[in-house]
Ligand binder design. Structure first.
Ligand code: SAH
Length: 330
C-alpha cells in the first residue's frame, strides 16, 4: 500500500518535501491517484467545467476560431490540449470546429496526458482525430500553435518553503509521520511564512512561451487561483468523492491540487501580451448566455440543464470568480 510504503521510506530516510509527497500520491504508477481510472465526473472525485456543460467547450472553441480569423486564416494550425481528462472538452471543441470547415481543415490535434486510463478514455471518445504525447515538449513544432489547459496547472506539484523574515532563513517544508502525531508538516510555521512555487508549472509555461514566441498563436489557461503579488500560505488541498479532505487522508485515492499562481505565470510570459480575467467574465464576454439561450430554445428538454450549467460556470458564488482565464497571444 502506498501509505505504508511512504511510512517505510520516511523511517529509513526521513521526512519528504511536499513536492515529493505530491508526486508520489498523484503519479505513482501503481498506487498513485492518476493510476486510478475514475477520477473525474459524477462517479469520480471532482467535476470540471466541461463536465458541467457542453457550452464551455463551444465558447473556448469559438475563441480559437475568432483568433484564427484575426491572424489571417493560416492554413496549418497545431492545437494542443494539456491534461484532457475524459476527453469531453476536446469532443465539444471538435464538434464546434466542424461547423467551421475552413478552420477544421487546418487542424492537427495533440493531447498531453500522463494517466494511462484517461488516455484510453480519450482515445475511445475521440478516435484517431488526436495524437497523444506525454509532455508538451514532445509535441511537434508549428508556426501556428493554439494551446488549451483547463484544470491542468493545479494538478502539477508545488514546492513549499518557510521563510522567516527575522532570520531570513528559508527552509523546505516537509511531510513526516510518527505514531504519536500521525501525518504532519514540519517545521511548524505560521500561514504568512509559507511560500509556494511550482517549478513544474513554470517549466510548462516556459515551453508555451517558447512556442508562441517562435511562431504565432494563442494559449488559454483556465484554473482556480489568483494573481496576488507575493502570495503566501499553503493552498494544497485534497478532494475525495466531491468532499474536501485532509491532504493526508485517502492517500492515492484523493485528488491533490493547489491554487495556481497566475502572477508567476503572467510574469513569465512577458513581453507577450496576456489578459487575466475571471471565468465568468471570459465566458460572458464570449457569448455564453446567447449560446445557452439559442440551444435552450432549440432543445427544450435540455433547457433547464443548459441554463443551470451556465449559471454554475459564470456565477461569482459558483465557479465564475474562483476560476480565472489567462489568455496569451502572439
Ligand atoms: N481538462 C480536463 C481534466 C482536468 S484533470 C477537464 O477540464 O475536464 C487534470 C488532467 O491533467 C488529467 O487528465 C490528468 O491526467 C492530467 N495531468 C496531470 N498531471 C499531468 C502531467 N504532469 N502531464 C500531463 N498530464 C497531466
Amino acid at each position: 500500500m502506498l501509505e505504508q510504503r511512504l511510512k517505510n521510506h520516511i523511517n529509513t530516510y526521513g521526512a519528504v518535501p511536499v513536492r515529493e509527497y505530491q508526486d508520489l500520491v498523484l503519479f505513482d504508477p501503481t498506487g498513485g491517484y492518476y493510476a486510478n481510472a475514475q477520477v473525474i465526473g459524477r462517479q469520480g472525485d471532482f467535476i470540471t467545467s466541461p463536465e458541467i456543460s457542453q457550452v464551455f467547450g463551444e465558447i473556448i472553441a469559438l475563441s480559437f476560431i475568432n483568433q484564427w480569423h484575426q491572424m489571417g486564416r493560416p492554413d496549418k494550425v497545431l492545437l494542443i490540449e494539456l491534461g484532457p481528462g475524459r476527453g469531453i472538452f476536446m469532443a465539444d471543441m471538435i464538434r464546434t470546429f466542424k461547423q467551421f470547415g475552413d478552420f477544421s481543415k487546418t487542424l492537427t490535434i495533440y493531447l498531453v496526458e500522463v494517466c494511462p486510463a484517461l488516455m484510453q478514455q480519450q482515445k475511445d471518445l475521440l478516435g484517431d482525430t488526436i495524437i497523444h504525447v506525454p509532455t508538451l515538449t514532445a509535441a511537434p513544432e508549428s508556426d501556428v500553435t493554439f494551446i488549451i489547459a483547463n484544470e491542468f496547472f493545479d494538478a502539477l506539484p508545488v514546492e513549499q518553503f518557510i521563510f522567516d523574515p527575522l532570520t531570513k532563513i528559508r527552509q523546505t517544508r516537509l511531510i513526516t509521520h510518527n505514531t504519536k502525531d500521525g501525518w504532519h508538516f514540519i517545521p511548524h510555521a505560521p500561514h504568512e511564512q509559507i511560500i509556494e512555487t511550482s517549478e513544474a508549472s513554470l517549466n510548462v509555461a516556459s515551453e508555451i512561451k517558447r512556442r508562441l514566441v517562435h511562431g504565432e498563436g494563442m494559449a488559454i489557461i483556465i484554473d482556480y487561483g489568483d494573481n496576488c503579488e507575493q502570495r503566501t500560505g499553503d493552498t494544497l488541498q485534497a478532494v475525495h468523492k466531491h468532499q474536501r479532505a485532509s491532504v493526508f487522508d485517502h492517500m492515492g485515492q484523493a485528488d491533490l491540487s493547489h491554487h495556481v499562481d497566475f502572477k508567476a505565470l503572467q510574469q513569465l510570459m512577458e513581453p507577450l501580451t496576456s489578459t487575466f480575467i475571471t471565468q465568468g467574465e471570459f465566458l460572458i464576454e464570449n457569448g455564453i448566455n446567447e449560446r445557452t439561450e439559442f440551444l435552450a430554445q432549440k432543445h427544450t428538454d435540455m433547457a433547464a440543464n443548459l441554463r443551470t450549467g451556465t449559471i454554475r460556470l459564470t456565477a461569482p458564488s459558483a465557479m465564475g470568480s474562483l476560476f480565472k482565464v489567462l489568455t496569451i497571444k502572439h
